[in-house]
Write a protein that binds this ligand. Structure first.
Ligand code: C5P
Length: 222
């Protein structure tokens, strides 16, 4: 069998990371959550009180920052300059600010260089917004996953509940819709389906069903 690259893109809370993680596990591949990288630099910029509109400042900051994704039995851990920030980067503040940071073209270029380095040996499942269109452009399998905003908000609500976080469904739906709008309408590599990506609407599907479908598509390409 051939070693392949798998790119999974789609809007916020579509279940990309759950599915990407599971696919990587089943195949013995490395999982890279690129959203965590954008979140990590956003977290650092907020800590340092840097103007999130200042793309050049943010890009220089990123260039002197190390971001590492490390697998662990508890899931992927995120390290920012050698300090673990796995939970911190999921805060409301970071979530509300990350799309603004991710809109800067030069910052994205630096992120893509790092992601290419992580993906160069194949055996990789990478999820994000621009993986099929700008990062793993030759990936053997590209997936574009979506679901209705209502369904995505509901899933995020249940996920939060499990983590002991109280949230308001309507607010989650608004936050998701706003982030989708910002990610889709930006000039620098906006959220868009790659021409050669397979579209999967997960609104009516379980995690198992989506996972099975992706495993089948992957095996056809190996
Ligand atoms: O995947 P997640 O929801 O954690 O991503 C957080 C944000 O990071 C997205 O809303 C988007 O603004 C940005 N992002 C991006 N390109 C990627 C991954 C994430 O612009 N490849």
């Amino acid at each position: 069998t051939k070693q392949i690259q798998i790119a999974i893109d789609g809007p916020a809370a579509a279940g990309k990371s759950t599915i990407a993680k599971k696919t990587a596990e089943l195949l013995g591949y490395t999982y890279v959550d690129t959203g965590a990288m954008y979140r990590a630099i956003t977290y650092k910029a907020i800590q340092l009180n840097i103007d999130l509109q200042d793309g050049e400042k943010l890009t220089s900051l990123l260039k002197e920052t190390t971001i590492e994704l490390k697998p662990s039995p508890k899931g992927q851990l995120v390290f920012l300059d050698n300090q673990e920030v796995t939970d911190e980067i999921r805060s409301l503040k970071v979530t509300a600010s990350v799309s603004q940071v991710a809109a800067h073209a030069h910052l994205r270029e630096e992120m893509v260089l790092r992601q290419l380095e992580m993906g160069k040996d194949g055996k990789i499942v990478m999820d994000g917004r621009d993986i099929g269109t700008h990062v793993l452009t030759n990936a053997e399998l590209k997936i574009f996953m979506s679901a209705s905003v209502e369904e995505r908000a509901k899933r995020r609500y249940l996920e939060n509940q499990k983590r002991g976080i109280d949230s308001v469904l309507k607010e989650l739906a608004e936050e998701i819709a706003l982030r989708d709008k910002m990610d889709s309408e930006r000039d620098a590599s906006p959220l868009i389906q790659a021409e050669d990506a397979v579209f999967i609407d997960t609104t009516e599907l379980t995690i198992e069903q989506v996972s099975e479908k992706i495993m089948q598509l992957a095996k056809e390409r190996m």
